[in-house]
Design a protein around this ligand. Structure first.
Ligand SMILES: [Zn+2]
Length: 323
C-alpha cells in the first residue's frame, strides 16, 4: 500500500529504494542487496535475513540443511494478543521457515564446518525450544564429525511465549558447547545486529572466538532499561561492538564483506590447515552473469571431507524440540 512508504518502516518491501537507518542516504535496493545489506555511504550493517547469511557464509552449493523438521509446540497454552500456536503458524507461513534458526553443514573456502544462523524475521530471532535444540544439535554434530561450528546470532533474546522452557535453552546450549570445548572442538560465535537477551547471555558469548559485525548492538538488557535502573548516564557507544571490543568482551570486529575469508582463516588456524591458503581462496563469485560456472566453491568441495548429511540427521523429529 502506498501509504506505508511514508511510515517509519526500516524496510520497504517491493520498493526500489531503501533509506539507511544510520545516515539517511537513499540506497538503490538492488545494489544494497548485492552489497549484502551494507550501506554504501556509511557502512551501516543492516540485519541480514537468515538465508542470505547462509548464502554469504557457505561455499556455493555446499550447504546441507539439518534438523529442518523441528517445530515448536505451544506447551504453555500461551495467549498474547494472538495465541502463541496461532502466531507460530502465521509466522511460518509468512517467513517460509520452521523457526528462527537454520542449521546445516557446509564448507567455507573449502573447510568443512557446521553453520547455525539465526533468522531475525522469525519472531525477532527469539530463542525457544527449537532454536535451543538446533544450536545444541549443531554443536553435537560438530563434535561427532570433528569439525568446527559457526553460530551466527541475531536475536531479541529468549522467546517469552515459552516461559521457562525458553530459559532452559541457555543452559542446554552452554552445556553442549562446554562438551565441545572439553573434547578439543572449535566454535566461533558471530554476533550481528542485534544480539541481545538470553542469546548473548548463553551460546553467543561462550564460543571459543567471539566475532561481531561493525556497529552491532550486543547486550543483555537494553540500554534504556539499564540507564533507568542504575540511574546513570551510559557511556557513549554502550553495548555496541566497538565498545565491547575495547572492553575485552569480544575478540574482533569483522566487516560483512570480509567475514567469510576471516572465518576460513580462523578455522584453518584452529584445525591445522594452511592459513594463508585458506584466506586466499577466492570467495564465492558475485552473482554476475559474466562469470558463471567458474566457481571456486565447487572445485574445492571434493578436496577435503565434504559436508555430507549423516544418516540419522534431521530424523529425530519434533519430539527432540524439548528442553
Ligand atoms: Zn548509511
Amino acid at each position: 500500500m502506498a501509504w506505508t512508504r511514508f511510515t517509519k518502516k526500516k524496510d520497504m518491501p517491493g520498493g526500489l529504494w531503501i533509506k539507511c537507518e544510520s545516515c539517511g542516504s537513499m540506497l538503490f535496493r538492488k545494489e544494497f542487496e548485492s552489497r549484502h545489506r551494507v550501506c554504501a555511504s556509511c557502512g551501516y550493517h543492516f540485519t541480514l535475513p537468515g538465508r542470505e547469511r547462509v548464502e554469504l557464509t557457505a561455499d556455493e552449493g555446499s550447504f546441507v540443511e539439518l534438523f529442518a523438521d523441528l517445530v515448536a509446540e505451544d506447551r504453555l497454552g500461551f495467549v498474547d494478543k494472538v495465541p502463541y500456536a496461532e502466531k507460530l503458524t502465521q509466522t511460518r507461513e509468512k517467513t517460509g521457515e520452521a523457526d528462527a534458526m537454520i542449521v546445516g553443514t557446509c564448507t567455507v573456502h573449502g573447510i568443512p564446518c557446521v553453520l547455525g544462523v539465526m533468522n531475525f524475521a522469525f519472531l525477532g530471532g527469539s530463542m525457544g525450544m527449537v532454536v535451543g535444540e538446533k544450536v545444541a544439535r549443531a554443536v553435537e554434530t560438530a563434535l561427532e564429525r570433528k569439525i568446527p561450528v559457526i553460530l551466527v546470532a541475531c536475536s531479541g533474546g529468549a522467546r517469552m511465549h515459552e516461559g521457562a522452557i525458553s530459559l532452559m535453552q541457555m543452559a542446554k546450549t552452554c552445556a553442549t558447547l562446554a562438551k565441545l570445548q572439553a573434547a578439543g572442538g572449535f566454535s566461533i560465535s558471530v554476533m550481528t545486529h542485534p544480539t541481545t537477551g538470553g542469546v548473548t547471555a548463553s551460546f553467543a558469548s561462550v564460543c571459543d572466538l567471539l566475532i561481531a559485525e561493525p556497529g552491532a548492538l550486543i547486550g543483555f538488557a537494553g540500554p534504556r532499561v539499564i540507564a533507568t535502573t542504575i540511574k546513570k548516564e551510559l557511556p557513549k557507544g554502550f553495548q555496541r561492538a566497538e565498545f565491547l571490543l575495547e572492553k575485552g568482551q569480544i575478540d574482533r570486529i569483522v566487516p560483512r564483506d570480509q567475514l567469510r575469508a576471516e572465518l576460513a582463516k580462523l578455522m584453518a588456524y584452529a584445525t591445522g590447515r594452511d592459513v594463508v591458503a585458506a584466506a586466499q581462496t577466492p570467495p564465492k563469485a558475485e552473482p554476475s552473469p559474466s562469470a558463471p560456472g567458474k566457481d571456486a566453491g565447487k572445485k574445492k568441495k571434493g578436496k577435503r571431507d565434504k559436508a555430507e548429511p549423516g544418516p540419522g540427521d534431521g530424523k529425530r523429529g519434533a519430539d527432540g524440540a524439548e528442553a
